[in-house]
Design a protein around this ligand. Structure first.
Ligand code: A3P
Length: 295
């Protein structure tokens, strides 16, 4: 039997009360001691919030809109997933150590687990947040197709796990709030998936300003084209189809699934919706953070 099979569908393991893939927990000291560089740009998100989309946009910006250069490798090599260490398959820390600056670094860690070197080096960070109901739905289909996760169970069961934070990278509610608070005293640009959908050009301008970079209009339009959902869906270096089927099975659900706002309406029952909203109010009470789950 293929050894690789042993790594998949295993239970999550807590690191400081946050459930993570068992192998990240096992190699936690490597992650914790990760050495950030002052010119690293961190892309931080809760899973399924538009990480890949933001990664592709930033790589295009770094390469002045040259789409061919951005096809040099798969997105998970161009923008390594720092804490993802899977024995025999991937090691984000090592990938990054061997990468030339300036690096784009992806993380899903809640703010309190981010390696301290990022704060010490005052790295710029971009946080992308997406509304909870769409994230829950997207995460459910991702759990099904990406075999590092435990089996999701039924949608009803998964939704319960999501609401109680018993999913990989923990509570969505704490994640989005934690990074929202941190933006007050660090160089963090907090962006919403919904705003990127509504006004991609406006959000791209915000990114450029934050990066102190100017690009001609023509380049901006090129970046918007190459990072659009339909173009990325067809791009093997952006759509994760270069991974082995034992890792991600796109026949179960494609990585580039729908890319829309409000898909939760096709998934939640009225009862689930009401329960979710009531619980949401409690968990988000007192926060100034506002999401849109429809436009
Ligand atoms: P859906 O499952 O709702 O379709 P992440 O990269 O953080 O894992 O997020 C994946 C989600 O972002 C998926 O959502 C995916 O379809 C969506 N996505 C990826 N690229 C996108 C793009 N260019 N435009 C809009 N959504 C995109």
């Amino acid at each position: 039997m293929d050894n690789k099979l042993d790594v998949f569908r295993r239970e999550l393991v807590d690191v400081q009360d946050i459930p993570l893939f068992w192998c990240i927990a096992e190699e936690w000291s490597q992650v914790e001691s990760f050495e950030a560089r002052p010119d690293d740009l961190l892309i931080s998100t809760y899973p399924k919030s538009g990480t890949t989309w933001m990664s592709e946009i930033l790589d295009l910006i770094y390469n002045n809109g040259d789409a061919e250069k951005c096809k040099r490798d798969a997105i998970y090599k161009r923008v390594p997933f720092m804490e993802l260490i899977i024995p025999g398959i991937s090691n984000g820390v090592e990938l990054l150590q061997n990468m030339q600056s300036p690096r784009l670094v992806k993380t899903h860690l809640p703010v309190q687990l981010l390696p301290s070197s990022f704060w010490k080096n005052d790295c710029k960070m971009i946080y992308v947040a997406r509304n909870a109901k769409d994230v829950a739905v997207s995460y459910y289909y991702f759990y099904k197709m990406a075999k590092m996760h435990p089996e999701p169970g039924t949608w009803e069961e998964f939704l319960d796990k999501f609401m109680t934070g018993k999913v990989c990278f923990g509570s969505w509610y704490d994640h989005v709030k934690g990074w929202w608070e941190k933006r007050k005293d660090h160089r963090i640009l907090y962006i919403f998936y919904e705003d990127m959908k509504e006004d991609p050009k406006g959000e791209l301008q915000k990114l450029l300003k934050f990066l102190e970079k100017e690009l001609p209009e023509e380049t901006v339009d090129k970046i918007l084209y190459h990072s659009s959902f339909n173009v990325m869906k067809q791009n093997p270096n952006a759509n994760y189809t270069t991974l082995a089927t034992c890792e991600m099975d796109h026949s179960v659900s494609p990585f580039m699934r729908k890319g829309i706002l409000g898909d939760w309406k096709n998934q939640f029952t009225v009862d689930q919706y009401e329960r979710f909203e009531e619980d949401y109010e409690k968990k988000m009470k007192g926060s100034t953070l506002q999401f849109r789950s429809e436009i």
